[in-house]
Write a protein that binds this ligand. Structure first.
Ligand SMILES: C[C@H](O)[C@H](O)[C@@H](O)[C@@H](O)C(=O)O
Ligand SMILES: [Mg+2]
Length: 407
């Protein structure tokens, strides 16, 4: 059969159209991974912009880091196939999905990812552009790619161009890089505990904690600091120099406000040669990341595929980074980033967020929401673990899901 006829036949056959888009919310860990119980490392006196207020210094939940909860987006095709995704967004994001975004999908061909993304973004541009609205768009886009993979019987990484390597390697984020080393990870990223409001004493404590961990892991294991937007330029510069010179820090992450491109450019310019400056997990769209890269704010961009616009937007962000020789290492987002990272040379490793309370064990990052969620073994994941349609996971429908805004 000639190629032209084959193309016509596939086009005529098409794929099952999109029938319905639904948005649910659920609480307790999962995609809103800061929504954890008492005593978890991820909520133990971690430096944040709110730490200037003593009453909000001990716990990020005290100022509402987990106020949103998880958004679940489900897209059902006419043949009954369902694609889904989870991200951070909860009820307000569910409203945006059902009351605004669904109209651009229902009745459409699921292959129209570009046109659907364009309509979702520009129809919400007057009140969106970043943050919650782009989280909602990301959730819909991820669910659409999951549906496409399930309709075609292909893993998302194969639809993105296929694997450029046989396995993923991971660094681990959490309070125990010493345990991460024993578990086979290539590095450990510590949360920073003290910000400018705790003065020179806090800075000394930050360095003491890092030096203690350096003594435990030895000289060659990567150690990084995640500052979660908590610092000012002067503090970040002083911390960068001391942490690099005294403790061999590999990178300083998200030290400043995501909007302060000018301070990031100054931090990168004044950072010690050899120390990497990284950021981006709270940035969104190709335009936001172009600003970070064109203003030379960082050495590595770290978009979260569930927050930056989804796979369709991450393709544009990653390709621009590649053209500029900037590494793109997505913020921890489980299978949603693994399927992307394995297809990109400028994404040589991935993040694994340790969600065990210690953390002393590897547990699925989005537990308990994804059935079949793969986890690194000895700090690695073979590509075969991704060889299932879509993102290769199913939704745990035993969870108490709520659909607040049915349309
Ligand atoms: C550990 C950090 O404080 C955040 O909780 C973390 O989610 C994020 O910044 C990361 O890079 O994993
Ligand atoms: Mg981070």
């Amino acid at each position: 059969m000639g190629a032209a006829k084959r193309i016509r036949d596939v086009a005529a056959a098409g794929l099952s159209k999109i029938k319905h888009v639904r948005a649910f919310t659920v609480r307790g860990g999962g995609a809103d991974y800061h929504d954890q119980g008492e005593g978890h490392w991820i909520d133990n006196h971690i430096a944040t912009p709110m730490a200037r207020y003593p009453e909000y210094r001990q716990s990020r939940q005290s100022f509402g880091i987990n106020v949103l909860g998880t958004l679940i987006v489900e897209i059902e095709a006419e043949d009954g196939t369902i694609g889904f995704a989870v991200t951070t967004g909860g009820e307000p994001a569910a409203f945006i999905v059902e009351k605004h975004l669904a109209r651009f999908l229902e009745g459409r061909d699921p292959r129209e990812v570009e046109k659907i993304w364009d309509q979702m973004y520009f129809s919400t541009q007057y009140y969106g552009r970043k943050g919650l609205v782009v989280n909602a768009i990301s959730g819909v886009d991820l669910a659409l790619w999951d549906l496409l993979g399930k309709l075609r019987g292909e893993p998302v990484y194969q639809m993105l161009g296929g694997a450029v390597r046989d396995e993923l390697q991971f660094y681990a984020t959490g309070a125990r890089p010493d345990v991460a080393k024993e578990l086979g990870f290539i590095g450990g990223k510590l949360p920073l505990h003290h910000g400018p409001a705790e003065g020179l004493e806090g800075l000394h404590q930050n360095i003491a904690e890092l030096a203690d961990m350096r003594a435990k892991v030895g000289d060659d294991f990567w150690l990084m600091l995640d500052c979660w937007m908590s610092l000012d330029l002067d503090y970040a510069t002083r911390l960068a120099h001391r942490a690099y010179q005294e403790c061999g820090l590999k990178w300083i992450e998200e030290a400043l406000s995501p909007d302060d491109y000018w301070a990031y450019a100054a931090l990168k310019k004044n950072a010690p040669k050899g120390l990497l400056v990284t950021t981006g997990e709270h940035e969104a769209t190709r335009w936001g990341f172009r600003m970070l890269m064109d203003m030379e704010c960082c050495d590595i961009i770290q978009p979260d595929v569930g927050w930056c616009g989804g796979v369709t937007e991450l393709i544009k962000i990653a390709n621009y980074a590649d053209s500029k020789g900037v590494m793109m290492i997505p913020h921890g987002s489980s299978v949603y980033s693994y399927h992307f990272v394995i297809t990109r040379h400028n994404s040589p490793f991935a993040e694994f967020l340790m969600m065990h309370p210690g953390p002393t064990e590897v547990v699925p990052m989005f537990h308990p929401q994804l059935i079949g969620e793969p986890v690194p073994v000895n700090g690695r994941l073979h590509v075969s673990a991704l060889d299932k349609p879509g993102f290769g996971v199913e939704l745990n429908r035993e969870l108490p899901m709520h659909r607040p805004y049915p349309h």
